[in-house]
Design a protein around this ligand. Structure first.
Ligand SMILES: Cc1cc2nc3c(=O)[nH]c(=O)nc-3n(C[C@H](O)[C@H](O)[C@H](O)COP(=O)(O)OP(=O)(O)OC[C@H]3O[C@@H](n4cnc5c(N)ncnc54)[C@H](O)[C@@H]3O)c2cc1C
Length: 397
């Protein structure tokens, strides 16, 4: 690791800190976690605020309309946002983190002009239609079919686990344009307007009581061929290109939030007397060491990305370790609440119980279940570490 902050970077930190302290007090109240239209409005308001101050697309290149900040500046920005408890990217996640960077790298000039400014300004929200029933980890087996009819594709099939589909304007969708058994050689990347006739959105309610994601049913959905990003049947490569934008800062906010929760759990253990239990102290110590290690790994990944201009392998190791330790943190939280963990939660719309942070901890525990599934399961991350980092033999097909 060679991360040292220069004078300019320290000045940038102070600039961000001052801006956040000026702007955050005037934000509207955070909406209920189950009210998706209100969440969209809240997220897009924050995105517009960032845009007007010149901080939108901090990790986007300048020719894509972003700020083109260095990996170190991105780290500083995310760190200051988390310390100040600024809003999370929220429903803007797919547009800002995935669809936008893909269009910057692979889109036509017309696509860039049409879609990028609207993402940066918070005017349009995107969702991701990759997973299908039976095609999650093995994404290359996806079966949603797009057949060419003149200057349109006609799409039939279904998608699942499409986060924020209910409030999205566009979907970045992977479809099969090649033969049924063409796997990753027969996939195309399409921009699908969510109000196109033939799209049925069936929200899925999670155990947290929220319709966080949905199933999409696609029945003769017509999309212009001009909405394809990249060549026909080249959508797999297009998808992989997006990942090259990641500079090791993708999980900075999540990690710092986990460290904050761990600090408050330590206080809680001391307050409730559970600190006297050596097994609780051991778990707190182990998580403190793990998160400190992950913070060091983050800085190493950022240093590497700044030096080489491309992400290293540390991101996969980070995702694997962070998601498993994140779950251990959530388990610790519920164990510290003891029986009161059952007494109140945000699911029932209840607030914290007395001075115990029930609402936050129960919600974190419920959401924590998905940490080792979303964006690639732990088993798949282990396969990647084994094959690409350690050079072990490939998994037999
Ligand atoms: C909160 C959340 C949000 C999501 N949002 C989106 C979204 O917006 N858009 C989208 O397209 N998808 C989304 N997903 C879906 C996510 O990408 C998939 O759930 C994930 O890729 C796993 O696929 P699957 O659910 O089909 O499980 P499967 O692939 O069926 O896996 C089932 C189990 O088998 C294991 N397994 C599978 N293959 C192997 C192997 N080769 N070796 C060892 N073990 C294996 C897995 O690790 C897992 O434990 C989301 C998921 C979550 C949890």
């Amino acid at each position: 690791m060679d991360l040292r902050y220069t004078e300019e970077e320290e000045a940038f930190r102070l600039e961000i800190r001052a801006w956040l302290s000026a702007v955050l007090p005037s934000l509207p109240a955070k909406p209920a976690s189950t009210d998706w239209p209100a969440r969209r409005a809240y997220d897009t308001h924050w995105q517009r605020t960032l845009y007007e101050a010149g901080y939108a697309g901090i990790d986007w290149p300048v020719d894509g309309g972003g700020r083109g900040s260095s990996p170190v500046e991105q780290l500083i920005f995310k760190e200051e946002c988390e310390f100040a408890e600024a809003p999370y990217i929220g429903t803007g996640f797919v547009g800002l983190g995935h669809a936008g960077p893909t269009i910057i790298a692979e889109g036509t000039q017309a696509q860039k002009e049409r879609y990028l400014p609207a993402i940066l300004k918070g005017d349009e929200i995107w969702c991701q239609g990759f997973s299908e029933p039976g095609s999650g980890s093995d994404l290359a087996s996806l079966r949603t079919k797009a057949v060419r009819d003149g200057d349109e594709y006609v799409i039939n099939g279904s998608k699942i686990w499409t986060s924020h589909a209910e409030v999205a304007d566009y979907c970045e969708m992977l479809v099969r344009t090649g033969d049924d058994d063409s796997r990753h050689r027969g996939i195309s990347w399409l921009i699908v307007p969510m109000d196109t006739p033939g799209i049925e959105i069936r929200p899925l309610t999670t155990i947290g009581g929220s319709t966080e994601f949905a199933e999409l049913f696609l029945d003769d959905v017509r999309v212009p061929v001009a909405n394809r990003v990249g060549d026909e049947n080249d959508g797999w490569r297009v998808t992989m290109v997006t990942l090259s934008f990641e500079r090791g800062t993708g999980f900075v906010g999540d990690l710092l939030e986990s460290m904050r929760i761990l600090r408050s759990l330590t206080e809680l253990a001391k307050r409730t007397g559970l600190w006297g239990d050596p097994s609780i102290r051991r778990r707190i110590a182990s998580l403190t060491a793990a998160f400190d290690g992950l913070w060091a790994l983050t800085k190493r990944n950022v240093s590497e990305a700044a030096r080489l201009g491309v992400p290293g392998v540390g991101g996969v190791v980070f995702k694997l370790s962070y998601s498993e330790n994140g779950q251990a943190l959530c388990d610790l939280g519920l164990d510290l609440l003891e029986r009161s963990g059952l007494a109140a939660s945000s699911i029932a719309g209840a607030d914290s119980l007395g001075d115990l942070p029930n609402a936050e901890l129960v919600e974190a525990w419920i959401k924590g279940i998905s940490l080792t599934i979303a964006a690639g399961t732990s088993q798949i991350q282990r396969n990647i570490v084994a094959e690409r980092v350690l050079g072990l033999p490939k998994e037999p097909k």
